[in-house]
Design a protein around this ligand. Structure first.
Ligand code: FES
Length: 165
């Protein structure tokens, strides 16, 4: 398959879950946001075919939905990892070696900002200050914060989540 053909290849997604979610929102005023949130919760992201299904079922244009999805950072159009590693790139962390931390994540998992490992286990995100400057350099893995990091500590954190499956 050519690269162009690969890019337009349709995502194969089981729409049963999305249909069940949308059943609840048909004919409901202001349904779009909660419906999209629930679809993302179900699939872990918003698969492209669910955008068109949502448009059809809720009687809105797909372009309107894409407008919402691109405006709100909470929505993701690509699959994301089970564990989101947020590497703080704020000033305090930058001064204390955030780049080295990001490099370690890249070396161990092969991902940089906004990339997800092939096994869908980890997504890396470089973020602005997460409000824990006193512990710089800092990363978050989902809701857990890890500070005063060294390369060795980052290794330990990654190993811990790898072992968790
Ligand atoms: S700059 Fe990293 S937590 Fe504030």
């Amino acid at each position: 398959m050519t690269e162009a053909a690969e890019q337009v290849k349709e995502q194969v997604v089981d729409l049963t879950g999305a249909n069940a979610i949308l059943d609840k929102y048909v004919d409901m005023h202001g349904a779009l946001m909660p419906a999209l949130q629930e679809i993302q919760e179900f699939y872990g992201y918003i698969p492209e075919p669910t955008v068109h299904l949502t448009a059809e079922r809720l009687n809105v244009y797909s372009s309107q939905i894409y407008g919402v999805l691109t405006f709100y950072a909470q929505f993701h159009l690509q699959p994301r990892g089970k564990y989101i590693i947020r590497v703080c790139m704020g000033t305090a962390c930058h001064v204390k070696g955030a780049a080295r931390i990001a490099d370690t994540v890249k070396d161990r998992l092969g991902v940089v900002h906004a990339e997800t490992t092939e096994d869908l286990k980890f997504t890396a995100e470089y973020v602005a200050c997460i409000g824990a400057c006193g512990m710089a350099p800092v990363i978050m893995v989902n809701d857990a914060t890890y500070g005063s990091l060294t390369v060795q500590k980052v290794d330990e954190v990654i190993e811990k989540y790898q072992a968790m499956g």
